[in-house]
Design a protein around this ligand. Structure first.
Ligand code: FAD
Length: 377
């Protein structure tokens, strides 16, 4: 196996690896390697992102937007009732992850980045990446290996303990009794305490998904589909393949770098603990990283600058993680039902800011009860 050279070697051609490559390829000689044989496959993600993510992706995203939504509706599928309507301050989108990853790869390749597929990195030795096909010596190594965190652990940077299984399926529907401007968050007493489901109307399909801590993901998915059928929300004419994977719930890694190497994306545990969404944090991390490489021409400085840059986000995510644990101890389903009984509508949620929303809801409830009290007296 010959030794090749790169300024930056990225391990993982998922969203984080490719987004980073597309941002720095004009500046550096970049090599990306991935164990899979095709970009964008296998798909695992629901692809629901905020306007902030769409704006950050810029021009490439427009042809990959499949849905635009202004509201979240929490639906109790045991009772068939809409518990809470959450109006979003900005729309959210369903993006086609596979298409976006292909576009990011094309941009990077056009800037002379090489993407080596079917190449599994097995070891990082100082500034050298050893894979099943390549041996690459680089000034900077970026680990973007996703939730597996194998290399991340081997570097002594840790592991994100809290993980659930997320499974989903496209259903072709004959009949759809949903508001097509809304993403539906499903709650049920049969779900694990911190798990939920989702229904995304994408006519003529809906994307149905569930999160579970058990090994019963497929039965759970079928059960949820049946309940939705019984409630008259959907009537299914055919089903696509079931797909999905591991969803991380935190905590974020305390250390995300060491000499020559840094970690981004799911590999770093930077995800929203309440929902498990990771794409927003990837966009933020890549922003910090591309600014770091602009600040210094010495790539050996970058891991340190990047680590310092994401410190404040680490603390923010720790707070979100504690909030998640608190909600989990009571049960997501119970919490939203209580909030729903008090409010029914919540008008100003920010999709990416879960703890902030809860704080706002708290203030909102206090204000409206003070108002009711003063009207009565
Ligand atoms: C069911 C489900 C639904 C989700 N829905 C949403 C959502 O709606 N919104 C949202 O924001 N997030 C969502 N997420 C989370 C989101 O998918 C992740 O945060 C995101 O995919 C992480 O991107 P990544 O590039 O870090 O990792 P990945 O996309 O997992 O990419 C990692 C890449 O590294 C490669 N790799 C791994 N090990 C090696 C190795 N040793 N050598 C070479 N290559 C390697 C893999 O083949 C893979 O291509 C969802 C996740 C799941 C499972």
């Amino acid at each position: 196996m010959d030794m090749s050279k790169a300024e930056v070697c990225i391990i993982g051609a998922g969203f984080s690896g490719l987004y980073l490559a597309s941002r720095i390829s004009s500046q550096f000689k970049v090599k990306v390697l991935d164990l899979k044989s095709e970009i964008g496959k296998p798909q695992h993600c629901a692809g629901i992102v905020s306007s902030r993510v769409v704006n950050a992706l810029g021009n490439i995203v427009s042809e990959h937007i499949e849905g635009k939504f202004r509201k979240l509706v929490v639906l109790d599928i045991d009772r068939g009732s809409e518990v809470l309507h959450i109006k979003l301050s900005e729309p959210i989108f369903r993006i086609d992850r596979e298409g976006i990853e292909r576009s990011l790869a094309e941009i990077s390749i056009a800037q002379e980045t090489s993407i080596n597929l079917r190449s599994r990195a097995v070891k990082i030795n100082g500034n050298t990446v050893i894979s099943t096909k390549d041996r690459i010596c680089a000034d900077l190594i970026v680990v973007a290996e996703g939730a597996v965190q194998k290399l991340t652990r081997s570097l002594g940077l840790g592991y994100t303990q809290d993980r659930v299984l997320g499974l989903q399926q496209f259903l072709r529907v004959q009949h759809l009794n949903l508001d097509e401007n809304s993403v539906y968050v499903l709650v049920s007493d049969t779900f694990d305490k911190d798990c939920f489901g989702w229904l995304v109307p994408l006519r003529p399909h809906v994307l149905i998904g569930v999160m579970t801590r058990q090994h019963n993901g497929k039965e759970m998915l079928r059960h949820v589909e049946k309940l939705c059928g019984k409630l008259g929300i959907i009537s299914v004419s055919s089903r696509g393949n079931i797909f999905g994977g591991t969803i991380l719930r935190g905590p974020p890694l305390r250390r995300v770098s060491r000499e020559y190497t840094l970690v981004i994306g799911d590999a770093s545990g930077f995800v929203k603990p309440i929902s498990g969404g990771g794409l927003y944090w990837i966009v933020r991390q890549v922003d910090i990283l591309s600014n770091s490489v602009r600040i210094t021409s010495d790539l050996s400085e970058v891991p340190k600058i990047y680590s310092m840059g994401i410190q404040r986000y680490y603390f923010k995510l720790k707070i979100d993680r504690y909030v998640h644990l608190l909600l989990k101890s009571i049960g997501y389903s119970k919490i939203v039902k209580v909030i729903g009984a008090l409010l029914r509508q919540f008008p100003i949620a920010e999709y990416d800011e879960h703890s902030m929303n809860l704080l706002r809801i708290h203030k909102f409830v206090i204000k409206s009860s003070q108002l009711k009290f003063s009207q009565r007296s």
